[in-house]
Design a protein around this ligand. Structure first.
Ligand SMILES: NC(=O)c1ccc[n+]([C@@H]2O[C@H](COP(=O)([O-])OP(=O)(O)OC[C@H]3O[C@@H](n4cnc5c(N)ncnc54)[C@H](OP(=O)(O)O)[C@@H]3O)[C@@H](O)[C@H]2O)c1
Length: 286
């Protein structure tokens, strides 16, 4: 039995549906959704992620512009770049690639708060975070959205299930907690101060990882028949892998996401879905 939760296949399907929608609205309005990414500094991983986002935008017919800034840009100048993008009518989504260089990093919440919440396609603005608290997921963070879409696509029942998330970040664990709660799951959120973390892993019907540590999860630490969602991205000896020792858990789990080809492509796909939604909203089409 194939146990794979194929995120790549689902992302391809969603991207293809989005292409049709974008072409249709282009015929009707003469406009395409526009996404601007802001990359500050020379972080190699960030450059790779931003390039993947632009490549996928081009594939679905979404206009995108890349703004690359020197790592020594002042706080005020970065805010001015954001204001200029907020005003542009051809740009409907703005993404500030994180992490920022160390000199600007402490002000990350300030910069995220300066992006118009209408254009906040990463779902990090305080208003969109607040909306998520009321279970409004319209501009919610992309990785949790992708995980929920994958579970729903494979008809994984969430109601009443014990779900453990190992990650409490703003981009993954916290928003995902709310999305799972909305769907009636019972959710434990674990982190570095969690005592006896194996207890939470072993009780989980669905175990979701975003730790950033290869082989954090092995066959001994999961429940028989559980579903494993591995959002971790690590590089070991030049190869990408997640947080789960895939070969060690495959016999014991019932379903699992591969790395690569699991959560990653869905994160990009939901960035584009969010941009399309922001576009429709700004054109008053929804
Ligand atoms: N697939 C995707 O699209 C995607 C998207 C985003 C992130 N990621 C990946 O997901 C991972 C996490 O990303 P992030 O930005 O959320 O990173 P992060 O902010 O560093 O979060 C890591 C989380 O793991 C927890 N953690 C770390 N070591 C632990 C340990 N030994 N025991 C228990 N908890 C532990 C941390 O706990 P504390 O809060 O206590 O520090 C934190 O909550 C990375 O590998 C990243 O590349 C993938």
């Amino acid at each position: 039995m194939d146990k794979t939760l194929d995120g790549k296949k689902l992302a391809d399907m969603l991207n293809s549906e989005l292409t049709d929608k974008i072409n249709k609205t282009f015929k009707e309005t003469g406009t395409r959704p526009g996404l601007a990414t802001i990359l500050v500094g020379q972080n190699t991983a960030s450059q790779v992620y931003v390039n993947i986002k632009h490549k996928t935008c081009a594939q679905v017919g979404l206009k995108s512009i890349k703004i690359e800034l020197d790592e020594n840009i002042s706080k005020d100048n970065l805010i001015q770049v954001i204001y200029d993008l907020n005003k542009r009518t051809d740009i409907h989504g703005i993404l500030l690639q994180l992490p920022l260089p160390s000199n600007l990093r402490p002000d990350t919440p300030l910069f995220l708060g300066e992006i118009s919440f209408h254009k906040d396609v990463d779902g990090f603005h305080p208003i969109n975070r607040g909306k998520l608290f009321d279970y409004d997921e319209s501009l919610a963070p992309c990785t949790p959205k992708g995980i929920i879409a994958l579970l729903e696509h494979y008809d994984v029942e969430l109601k009443g299930k014990d779900v453990t998330i190992i990650n409490r970040s703003n981009l993954l664990g916290k928003p995902l907690f709310l999305m799972l709660l909305k769907r009636d799951a019972t959710v434990s959120v674990c982190h570095t101060s969690t005592k006896n973390i194996e207890r939470y892993m072993k009780q989980a019907d669905i175990l979701i990882l975003g730790v950033g540590k290869p082989r954090f999860v092995t066959g001994d630490t999961i429940k028989e028949g559980s579903i494993i969602i591995d959002a971790g991205i690590n590089r070991v000896e030049g190869k990408l892998c997640g947080d789960v020792d895939f070969d060690d858990v495959i016999d014991k789990c019932s379903k699992i996401t591969p790395v690569p080809g699991g959560v990653g492509p869905l994160t990009v796909s939901f960035l584009l879905q969010n941009t399309y939604f922001a576009f429709l909203k700004q054109l008053k089409l929804v």
